[in-house]
Ligand binder design. Structure first.
Ligand code: UD1
Length: 429
């Protein structure tokens, strides 16, 4: 298993290109199941989760072709995928694939909407809490699907097609909103979704669906109205930049010090996180090429932050902010309201010398003078990158084990940080 070795204490200077968003790419690829025409996606990141979803879609009979590099393109350019679900040969998504990536459960919606049936394994437990799928199932039932649970599988049937309906989510859910939009796009009649997730990736997927011929209004707000159409067709769409990768590298620079351009980043996708960074004393400057983040030798101010659905501070940046606050000049508080038990990184940060106390969903972080490198274990995607951030400011060597978590969501992390002066290398095997 690969590990990452980091020697702390180097400042970061230069440019980090921001990749296409993982959390938009996955539902966009899944949306290809809604049509027998080809969907072309540009700016697709090279991530383990994308490769796994290619396998899952392949199992349903979807053909995916990756375009060759064009002249002048480097690894910094995203991939272009040509995805064709002309022939769906199997409507079952098996446990061994779905259990490895929760978002693959979302194939349920387009499969039932287009094929009238789907059999998708329940995703199972996860390192960050129970993460149920009850609201996704509720949405499908509202649209007329008959749902049974059989031997660990959700079996959904709508032999006469889905029907538009009113769906009110009692809790904001990204996956619930994605699946409701996809299914409603080719349902018969109008669907209204209330208390929809407003994450930018929802609007990006709706944008693509509209290019395919869907009639979706209000995506990006909490009320979305969808006029079902009979069929969707071909389209070409470029994935929006990854706001979580952007925020992660912004915090890495804040931690290490230096001056970095986050190329292609868009400030409006993570304003709440940029506001928090400014409160810590970091300089944030939007430019026409991206966002510049700079910190000279000044101390970091502590902050009070509560995670919540977009446009608030994202749960997917909580672990990274906590790593940063371990070095603040004072005591910070972070409250996690989106996922229960999303504090797996705390014990690992403590191994590096952090002082953190947990009381329920509230973490109290007392800034320390110094962190010291140690072997640590990655537990989930965002937790593992928080260890990398801490390591950038730790004295001596940190080895991050179980790097496959990082590879799920961060493209060439060691390369991007290394080119800006960090002492970071991947140890294979
Ligand atoms: C998506 C993101 C993930 C991010 C999360 C919250 C992708 C691929 N993943 O995950 O990176 O951390 O949004 O911003 O886009 N819930 C239920 N019942 C359900 C569904 C969800 O109770 O049926 C709860 C969850 O346990 C959680 C909350 O709702 O407490 C939000 O989850 P949700 O927004 O659905 O997260 P995901 O879509 O899984």
């Amino acid at each position: 298993m690969d590990r990452i070795r980091i020697v702390g204490g180097r400042r970061l200077n230069g440019t980090i290109p921001i990749s296409g968003a993982k959390n938009a790419t996955l539902p966009l690829m899944i949306a290809s199941l809604l049509t027998d025409q080809t969907l072309i996606l540009d700016n697709v990141p090279r991530l383990a989760d994308v490769a796994l979803l290619e396998r899952i879609l392949g199992n349903h009979g979807v053909d995916i072709m990756v375009s060759g590099k064009r002249a002048g393109e480097t690894a910094d350019h995203g991939q272009t995928l040509h995805i064709s679900a002309a022939n769906i040969v199997d409507t079952t998504a098996p446990y061994n694939l779905v259990s490895r990536m929760r978002a693959s459960f979302w194939v349920l919606a387009p499969l039932v909407a287009r094929m009238g049936e789907a059999r998708v394994s329940l995703p199972g437990g996860c390192a960050i809490g129970t993460r149920p799928v009850d609201l996704l199932i509720m949405a499908m039932e509202r649209l007329g699907a008959q749902i049974d649970v059989d031997a660990g599988y959700v079996v959904a049937r709508a032999p006469h097609g889905l029907k538009g309906a009113e769906i009110v989510f009692p809790k904001v859910t990204v996956g619930g909103t994605h699946t409701a939009i996809m299914a409603a796009s080719i349902a018969d009649g109008t669907t209204v979704i209330d208390n929809a997730a407003r994450e930018p990736e929802i609007a990006d997927v709706a944008d693509c669906l509209n290019k395919m011929g869907a009639r979706i209004a209000g995506a990006g707000t909490s009320r979305i109205v969808i006029e079902g159409v009979a069929k969707l067709g071909a389209a070409r769409h470029a994935v929006l930049p990854d706001r979580i990768e952007t925020g992660t590298y912004a915090m890495a620079v804040a931690m290490a010090g230096g001056d970095i351009l986050l190329q292609n980043a868009r400030p409006e996708l993570l304003q709440a996180a940029l506001d928090v960074l400014q409160r810590t004393g970091v300089t944030v400057t939007p430019t026409n090429q991206g966002i510049r983040i700079a910190r000279n030798g000044n101390a970091l101010n502590p902050v009070e932050v509560t995670t919540a659905p977009f446009p608030a501070f994202p749960t997917d940046l909580q672990a990274q902010l906590m790593a940063l606050m371990t070095r603040a000049n004072g005591t910070s508080h972070i409250v996690e309201t989106v996922f229960e038990n999303r504090f797996m990184h705390v014990q690992e940060l403590v191994r590096l010398g952090a002082r953190i106390q947990l009381t329920g969903e509230r973490a109290t972080i007392e800034g320390v003078e110094r962190l010291k490198g140690a072997p640590v274990m990655a537990t989930d995607l965002r937790a593992s990158v928080s260890l990398v951030i801490a390591a950038l400011a730790a004295e001596g060597e940190t080895i991050v084990n179980r790097v496959y978590h990082l590879d799920r969501g961060f493209e060439r992390l060691e390369d991007k940080l290394g080119r800006c002066g960090a002492a970071v290398e991947r140890l294979s095997g």
